[in-house]
Design a protein around this ligand. Structure first.
Ligand code: ATP
Ligand code: MG
Length: 367
C-alpha cells in the first residue's frame, strides 16, 4: 500500500502556513489489511480509519458518485484498484486536491499548485455540482484566504451561480449549513463568505432576509466586520449579522438554521435593544428597563457580549456610553437584596424596593 498526505495539509504546507490537522489517503489496500495493522475503522461501512497512535485519519482511496438528492445521496466505491488520481478528482477545489508522498513528492494532476500561485479557488471537475455544500466551502475558503489575494475563479463562480439557480442549496440539511456558517464566522474575513454567497445567489436560500435588501446586507457586513475585527464570540458575530432583522425573523431564521440557543438569544436581544444603543441619550429608566429585558442581573456575562455587539452596529453604542453602561451594571448589581429583606421587605414589596434601589444607582450614571 502507498500512503499520501492529502487535502488541507498539503495546501497549507505549500502556502507556508501552520498545518492544523493531517489527512491521509491509502492506495492499494483493503479494510482487512488496515485492521490487521491496528487501524480502527471510523464508520461501519465507510473506508476511513484512525491511526492506532496518532489518531489521524487514513481514508482508503475512493470515488463518489451522486446517486440521489442531498448529502446522503452518494454512493462510495473503494477498492485497491482506485487510484490516487481517482480519489483526488472527487474533491472540491484544486488547491485541496493535491497529495504528497512520504518522500515529499507532490502529486498534482489538477494543477492545484498553479492555482495556489495564481490565488484561484477553482473546482476540480464538473462533479463539483453534485454537492451544494461545496458552494459554502468555496465561500469559506475565500473568506479564509481573501487577505492572501485568493478569489473564486470565474468559471467556478459561473458554476456556483448555476447550482444556486437550480435550487441545489435548498437540499442542504440545516446542520451542515450551520456548521459552515459557524466556521465562516471565524475565518479571517467572514464578510467575504457572505459576499461570495450573495454573488452566486446562494444567500437567497440561506439567509433570504439579507438578500432582499441592499441596505440590510451592507449594515450586516459592516457590523460583522467590526465584530470579527475585535475577535468577538460566535454569538456576537451571529447577532451582528442578523441585527437588521425583526425579532420574528430572527426566531424563524435561527430555527431554520438550527443555530444554537445562545446565538438565537443574543441575536434577539441585539434586535430588541438596538434602538436603545442608537438613541442620542438614555434616561435612567430606559437603562434599567434594558438591564431587566436582558436579564443582566442573572446573566452579566451575556450582557457584556450584548454591549460588545451593540458597539459594532452602524451608529451603535459609542465607546463612552459602552463603558458607562458596564460601570452602571456593576454598581447596580451590588444592590444588597439581603439588607432590604432584613429591613422587612418581602414578596412584591421586595421586588419594588430592589427596583427603586437599582434605579437610584443607575440615576447616578444616567441623570
Ligand atoms: P481545513 O483546514 O479547514 O481542515 P481542509 O481542506 O483540510 O481544510 P476538510 O474539511 O478537513 O478541509 O476536508 C479535507 C479534504 O477533503 C479537503 O481538502 C477536500 O479535498 C476534501 N473535501 C472535504 N469536504 C468535501 C466536499 N464536500 N466535497 C469535496 N471534497 C471535500
Ligand atoms: Mg482538514
Amino acid at each position: 500500500m502507498q500512503i499520501y498526505l492529502v487535502g488541507g495539509a498539503v495546501r497549507d504546507k505549500l502556502l507556508d502556513i501552520p498545518v492544523k490537522d493531517r489527512d491521509w489517503v491509502v492506495v492499494g489496500a483493503t479494510p482487512r489489511e488496515m485492521l490487521a495493522q491496528g487501524f480502527k475503522q471510523v464508520g461501519a461501512d465507510f473506508p476511513v480509519f484512525l491511526h492506532p497512535q496518532s489518531h489521524e485519519e487514513y481514508a482508503l482511496a475512493r470515488t463518489e458518485r451522486k446517486s440521489g438528492q442531498g448529502y446522503h445521496g452518494f454512493s462510495v466505491y473503494s477498492a485497491p484498484d482506485v487510484s490516487l488520481e481517482d480519489d483526488l478528482r472527487r474533491r472540491d477545489l484544486t488547491i485541496n486536491a493535491m497529495a504528497m508522498s512520504e518522500d515529499g513528492t507532490l502529486v498534482d494532476p489538477f494543477h492545484g499548485r498553479e492555482d495556489l500561485e495564481n490565488r484561484q479557488l477553482r473546482h476540480v471537475s464538473e462533479a463539483f455540482a453534485e454537492d451544494p455544500l461545496r458552494i459554502l466551502r468555496a465561500a469559506r475558503f475565500a473568506a479564509r484566504f481573501h487577505h492572501l489575494g485568493f478569489r473564486v475563479a470565474e468559471d467556478t463562480m459561473a458554476l456556483m451561480k448555476q447550482m444556486a439557480a437550480d435550487g441545489e442549496v435548498r437540499h442542504l440539511v440545516p446542520e451542515r449549513v450551520w456548521q459552515e456558517i459557524q466556521r465562516a464566522l471565524h475565518e479571517v474575513t467572514p464578510v467575504t463568505f457572505f459576499d461570495v454567497l450573495r454573488e452566486c445567489g446562494a444567500i437567497q436560500d440561506l439567509i433570504p432576509e439579507l438578500a432582499d435588501n441592499d441596505e440590510c446586507f451592507r449594515n450586516a457586513m459592516s457590523a460583522l466586520a467590526s465584530a470579527a475585527g475585535q475577535e468577538l464570540a460566535t454569538e456576537c458575530r451571529c447577532a451582528a449579522l442578523l441585527h437588521g432583522l425583526s425579532t420574528e425573523q430572527v426566531n424563524a431564521r435561527t430555527a431554520a438554521l438550527k443555530a444554537p440557543n445562545d446565538c438565537r438569544d443574543l441575536s434577539r436581544l441585539v434586535v430588541e435593544l438596538a434602538p436603545l444603543a442608537q438613541a442620542p441619550s438614555l434616561s435612567a429608566e430606559q437603562v434599567l428597563e434594558g438591564f431587566n429585558q436582558a436579564d443582566a442581573w442573572r446573566r452579566p456575562g451575556r450582557f457584556t457580549l450584548l454591549l460588545q455587539t451593540l458597539a459594532c452596529l452602524p451608529e451603535g453604542l459609542d465607546p463612552g456610553t459602552h463603558q458607562r453602561l458596564r460601570d452602571t451594571l456593576e454598581a447596580a448589581r451590588s444592590v444588597n437584596v439581603r439588607s432590604l429583606m432584613s429591613q422587612g421587605f418581602k414578596g412584591k414589596a421586595l421586588g419594588e424596593a430592589i427596583g427603586l434601589e437599582r434605579l437610584r444607582v443607575v440615576s447616578r450614571y444616567f441623570p
